[in-house]
Design a protein around this ligand. Structure first.
Ligand SMILES: Nc1ncnc2c1ncn2[C@@H]1O[C@H](COP(=O)(O)OP(=O)(O)OP(=O)(O)O)[C@@H](O)[C@H]1O
Ligand SMILES: [Mg+2]
Length: 219
């Protein structure tokens, strides 16, 4: 289970103006559960995911997983997968290489990693594009590479930032269902950031609005 305890984060702009993105913020997410975070642009949703992932430090408060405080655990040791809003694919690797990367990091042998990456690419409908350079892909294709890359390492926590925003209606509903099923069966705790209230309600058992550094329970 993920637990955020009294998280505090204030940014100070070069002008000296300060802005609180998290004000004594508390949240827990159980294994296999999806919790949605909605909120206006700039309210700090992506920053919150980066704090959970360990890419940004909170000013105070704790991020715990399974009761363990992660303050001293670097990002790559947390066992989390973060899917960035801008995908952040590796430009020097092809589609298969991007998806297999996390498995290679886990020291899965190369042929097995490639096979599992291929299987995952089939799930997101990209099996025909495995050898393509990622910068030649369309936005929706890149988003699906990022989705495949996030799910393949079997993370204990999945952080999804606008994961289906670039997809057409058909793909979006197909992949929402596919992800919901896998998250539940693999028991992955998931934080879903989205602007799409309908998507949030379909996928998440609980939803919160982030505004002025505070989370308000919506459902
Ligand atoms: N490292 C940083 N340094 C300075 N400002 C930052 C930093 N990270 C985020 N910000 C600012 O903090 C605010 C929150 O950013 P964040 O990306 O978390 O918003 P968001 O809720 O994800 O917005 P969107 O819905 O547009 O994706 C923004 O005003 C952003 O410019
Ligand atoms: Mg964002």
């Amino acid at each position: 289970m993920l637990e955020l305890k009294d998280l505090q984060k204030t940014l100070v702009a070069p002008s000296g103006q300060s802005r609180t993105l998290a004000h004594k913020l508390n949240l827990s997410v159980n294994a296999g559960e999806v919790v949605a975070v909605l909120g206006p642009s700039g309210s700090g949703k992506s920053t919150l995911l980066k704090i959970i992932a360990g890419l940004e430090a909170p000013d105070s408060g704790q991020v715990l997983f399974g009761g363990v405080d992660l303050a001293r655990t670097p990002t790559h040791r947390r066992g989390f997968a973060l899917m960035f809003q801008d995908f952040a694919l590796f430009p020097h690797l092809d589609v298969l290489g991007n998806v297999a990367f996390g498995l290679m990091e886990q020291r899965v042998n190369a042929s097995q990693a490639r096979q599992r990456a291929f299987d995952m690419l089939q799930v997101v409908g990209l099996a025909a594009l495995t050898a393509q350079k990622v910068w030649t892909l369309s936005g929706g294709e890149q988003q699906r590479v990022a989705l495949a890359r996030a799910l393949i390492t079997q993370p204990r926590l999945l952080l999804l930032d606008e994961p289906f925003s670039a997809l057409d209606t058909h793909l979006r509903s197909h992949l929402r269902e596919e992800f919901s099923r896998r998250i539940e069966s693999a028991g992955i705790a998931t934080v879903l950031v989205t602007h799409d209230a309908q998507e949030a309600r379909t996928m998440a058992a609980r939803g919160f609005q982030l505004d002025d550094g505070r989370l308000t329970n919506l459902w």
